[in-house]
Design a protein around this ligand. Structure first.
Ligand code: 5CA
Length: 447
């Protein structure tokens, strides 16, 4: 992409109402624009990151055997009356009446709608296990939307729903989700800790939240610091194996880790040595639930089991805050000059900066490089504006692309260009004929 043909509405001034660094950086880098309180437009650069995150979520869900579909944002109130949640959900639910005076709502979550789909089509245990999910916009009329897209009113969520014939099978689905979530966050360069959590309006007995530690997080968390040393060992995970998934879940949940809602100070002190007790803040980037037959029973979602008996299906639901993750990744990865994207979610892999606008040879080399890199399928942002070199560097640092190639008359005298890594600031000169191979090597090495 050529910067002159693109749209990155960067801001020079830091807006005073942006309290946390990710919100400030997203506004400054022109990634989002507020439309109303807690409601944002995603500018082109922000959208690219959001879509990268979506893609990773899809890949890991599909790898775990879960099936994507797409449900609407607007839902009929009738289904929520069946489950009893229409009144229970309270003021966070945005209620809408259409021209025929029918009650609708903008979905804050989808347990009812998916249960309705299931009960209309599935009759037998032979069709189970089944996990359906989608990535769709949600609306929750949060009393205090804040921190930009971190606590929005409209936000993008991946929500998945498992249907199983009995509790054991549903616990396996729960475990499978936990493992697939840990993999998902890891691919985005995040360490998200599963913490035992309260179930809130979703209900049920089992729940874990996934928290990324950050001073700006809204959740208070208590944990054993040993959990920070855990390695994700499950590269080749057999998602069909109950034992394999259960072992991984045990591995990740054996240390004390709870949010303030479930924290028990006595248990904390009894089970965690004092030197390892940590109290901190965290950003909740996902939550999983097993709620048994809470929705299948009132809504009549049942299947015949192996003995021919009709049983209510066991369900759970599982959510990832897709739009919130953009903010969480920035909170975890930035410096005083701007964002430092992990390459898996970076909007472009490399930026080309011409350090001397109007200098014919410099521009020719930039153009050739740009053609070659885009031809190779490498996402490249070429800053071809007529700005000072300093301003171009500042923009590149702000928007945080993993690599920058700088081309200038001084280097070209000896046929060289510079490759800079955003994360470390390390820079190295390469001959113009070698830079593409060097970059490809680095992209591979740091993938
Ligand atoms: N039905 C369940 C699972 S699908 C559910 O709704 N779970 S949730 O309420 O925990 O939401 C899932 C994730 O969405 C949260 O962990 C959080 O990362 C994200 N999320 C929730 N509320 C907001 C919000 N107001 N703004 C941005 N992200 C949010």
């Amino acid at each position: 992409m050529r910067m002159t043909r693109y749209f990155i509405p960067t801001l020079r001034e830091i807006p005073s109402d942006a309290q946390i660094v990710s919100h400030r950086l997203m506004l400054r880098a022109g990634m989002i624009k507020q439309a109303a309180a807690g409601i944002y437009s995603w500018m082109p650069l922000g959208l690219r990151v959001l879509q990268k995150i979506e893609r990773i979520v899809h890949e890991e869900q599909i790898r775990a055997g879960h099936i994507p579909l797409l449900m609407p944002t607007l839902q009929p109130a009738g289904l929520w009356r069946e489950s009893g949640r229409y009144d229970d959900y309270g003021e966070e639910m945005l209620r809408i009446t259409d021209r025929h005076q029918r009650d609708l709502l903008y979905g804050p979550t989808n347990e009812e709608l998916i249960t309705d789909i299931f009960r209309g089509h599935v009759r037998s245990y032979r069709d189970l296990p089944l996990t359906l999910y989608h990535i769709q916009w949600k609306f929750r009329d949060e009393i205090r939307p804040r921190y930009g897209i971190m606590r929005g009113r409209e936000f993008l969520m991946k929500d998945g729903y498992n249907f199983d014939v009995d509790k054991e099978a549903a616990i396996h689905s729960y475990n499978r989700h936990m493992v697939s979530y840990l993999r998902t966050y890891q691919r985005m360069g995040l360490q998200a800790i599963p913490m035992r959590a309260d179930t809130g309006p979703i209900g049920g007995k089992y729940s874990h939240e996934f928290l990324v530690l950050a001073d700006t997080g809204e959740s208070e968390v208590f944990f054993d610091s040993a959990i920070l040393d855990l390695q994700f060992e499950g590269r080749d995970i057999d998602y069909d194996s109950r034992g394999n998934c259960a072992r991984l879940v045990d591995h990740w949940t054996s240390h004390y880790a709870r949010t303030d809602e479930t924290h028990d100070q006595d248990v904390f002190e009894e089970t965690v040595p004092e030197s390892r007790r940590r109290r901190s803040k965290g950003i909740e980037v996902g939550q999983i639930f097993y709620f048994s037959t809470k929705y299948s029973e009132p809504m009549g979602a049942s299947v015949s089991n192996a003995n021919g008996e009709l049983v209510n299906v066991h369900m759970g639901s599982h959510g990832i805050g897709v739009s919130r993750l953009v903010g969480a990744i920035i909170e975890a990865s930035h410096d005083e000059r701007g964002i430092v994207w992990p390459s898996s979610v970076a909007p472009f892999q490399v930026g080309i900066v011409s350090a001397a606008t109007g200098h014919a040879e410099t521009e020719a080399v930039c153009n050739a490089l740009y053609q070659e890199l885009t031809g190779l399928g490498i996402e490249t942002l070429y800053d071809d504006r007529t700005e000072r070199a300093g301003a171009k560097f500042a923009t590149m640092e702000l928007i945080g692309l993993p690599w920058r190639i700088t081309v200038g008359p001084r280097g070209l005298k000896t046929g060289q260009v510079e490759l800079v890594r955003r994360k470390s600031g390390d820079s190295k000169q390469y001959a113009t004929g070698e830079i593409v191979a060097a970059l490809c090597y680095q992209l591979e090495a740091h993938n």
